[in-house]
Design a protein around this ligand. Structure first.
Ligand code: GLN
Length: 495
């Protein structure tokens, strides 16, 4: 992209790579850029509700500092680039609500490791994005702050739980945002909002300072305009962290260095179970076309089988609630977070603080999880679900002996209507069928836009890789994006 071309476009249309070039070329300053996005958020986010909190003053101070670093030639990878953090990453001095009344008043005294990594790279934090309460949900409708709304259709959900991050990037209120994915929460909203979302291998990115939902599944990653920006973000987010016992001390490649590798000889598997009952025909058609397009890029395609796919939803919806029931026991109204008025005694304090502080879906999961872990049912439910988890991982291990990547739809449907599934939790859970197996196995995966339905709703293609194959995933996504323009299509009426 030549600097001239950058000058012809509005700042919010530019990718991180383009913004980096513009900043270093002095086409604009970080303060100008930051002001531009602050103005857009103020003007447009009343429609999308994608931010829970903004921090304009701190952002402008950070932008000012970034401009000095740029002038000194001291600039980090994200120097002066505005970003947003999902509201479950602790941010020193900035409220971190996790989409919950329980943490509505919580201002952390420290930064999560990934927040620190972004700040060390020079990023400017514009605010915290909306999400389903404690990251539990597939539509963002479980947020205490009201749902975020999909920029592609204002009666549609943006997906969840990182709906705010995806909507904010799709509405061009921020060039990139962090998110988290326990069962699909980066990829499914990215798919619904027509943006790129990367869920790294479990352990690649530190979970320290991220409010825990289901610790053996949670993983942080970026939502961006394209795969190249996702690579830049992953370069910053990924780090070994002694403070997270599941962080892995693996060498970190430069994820931007291999984006242009040719895909000749790449072997892609299509799981036959992912194109069966329940898939929307337009989603099936668009993802199949995208997969076929990979043949023109030099890849070979073959059908594969992941026979335990149907067990992923029931296994996940035992394991994740079990872990959440343990993780959320810390919210007791004593140490921090919501406390009920006038408790009569300690037990009343615990009970009412939790009853009043948590929303319906969070309570449902705590109940399911505590039940599945209880003495009489542990073997029947929890242990069984862990055994199924092992089978799902083995399915992937077998398939990755024959192929390099697996391709599928990210979600069985395009974005659905606000309120359409709220009365039926099971139909909401089924939305996660193609994303959950990846978390149960701890694998990395990316969702990239692969077309629009006739009703102008984005559809995402999911690419799943073997452990620590993020570089290959990003390379494969980038080559596709160089040859197509699905990722450049923008939501209507956001100018
Ligand atoms: N939709 C899934 C759930 O509700 C996944 C959420 C997530 O990845 N945080 O649990």
């Amino acid at each position: 992209m030549s600097p001239n071309n950058i000058k012809q476009r509005s700042l919010h249309q530019l990718s991180i790579t383009e913004l980096n070039a513009g900043l270093r070329n002095k086409d604009f300053s970080s303060v100008e850029l930051t002001q531009h996005f602050i103005e857009r958020i103020e003007r447009l986010d009343t429609r999308f509700n994608s931010f829970i909190s903004t921090c304009s003053e701190q952002a402008l101070a950070a932008a000012n500092y970034a401009d000095q670093q740029l002038a000194n030639g001291n600039a980090g990878i994200l120097c002066g680039i505005p970003i947003a953090h999902k509201d479950l990453f602790c941010t020193n001095g900035i409220r971190t609500s996790c989409g919950s009344k329980m943490l509505d008043n919580f201002v952390p005294p420290y930064d999560a490791t990934i927040v620190e990594n972004c700040s060390n790279a020079g990023a400017v934090v514009l605010g915290k994005t909306n999400m389903d309460e404690f990251a539990m949900g597939s539509s963002n409708e479980n947020s205490f702050y009201g749902p975020s709304v999909n920029p592609w259709g204002e009666n549609c959900v943006p997906g969840g739980s990182s709906g705010g991050s995806a909507a904010a990037v799709a509405a061009q209120l921020v060039p990139a945002a962090t998110a988290s994915d326990t069962g699909g929460s980066i990829r499914q909203p990215a798919s619904f909002c027509g943006v790129t979302g990367l869920k790294p291998t479990y352990g690649r990115v530190s979970r320290w300072g991220m409010v825990a939902y289901a610790s053996s599944l949670d993983q942080a990653g970026p939502i961006t305009k394209n795969a190249e920006d996702a690579a830049t973000m992953l370069n910053v987010l990924a780090s070994f962290d002694k403070k997270d016992s599941t962080s892995i001390d693996e060498p970190k490649p430069d994820y931007t260095a291999t984006l242009d590798q040719p895909l000749n000889g790449l072997r892609i598997g299509i799981p036959k179970e992912y194109f069966s009952d329940g898939i929307d025909p337009e989603v099936a058609k668009l993802t199949q076309e995208a997969i076929s397009f990979y043949e023109t890029l030099g890849a070979s395609i073959k059908e594969v089988s992941l026979p335990h796919t149907q067990l992923a939803v029931p296994a996940y919806y035992v394991i994740a609630p079990a872990e959440c029931s343990a993780n959320l026991s810390r919210f007791d109204g004593v140490r921090y977070g919501y406390r009920c008025e006038n408790p009569t005694d300690l037990e009343d304090l615990y009970k009412r603080s939790r009853a009043e502080g948590f929303g319906e879906e969070v309570k449902r999961r705590i109940l399911v999880g505590a039940y599945a872990l209880s003495a009489g049912y542990y073997d029947a439910y929890y242990r069984k679900a862990q055994q199924v988890r092992r089978l799902i991982k083995q399915d992937f291990d077998t398939v990755f002996k024959d192929v390099d990547l697996i391709a599928s739809p990210t979600a069985p449907t395009p974005a659905f209507g606000l309120g359409e599934k709220t009365k039926d939790p099971v139909s909401m859970y089924l939305e996660d069928i193609y994303t959950l197996p990846v978390n149960l196995a701890g694998l990395p995966a990316i969702s990239i836009p692969c077309g629009l339905t006739q009703q102008n709703k984005p559809v995402g293609l999911q690419l799943i890789g073997n452990y620590f194959s993020e570089a290959l995933l990003l390379n494969s996504a980038h080559k596709f994006q160089q040859a197509t323009d699905f990722h450049q299509q923008t939501a209507p009426n956001i100018d």
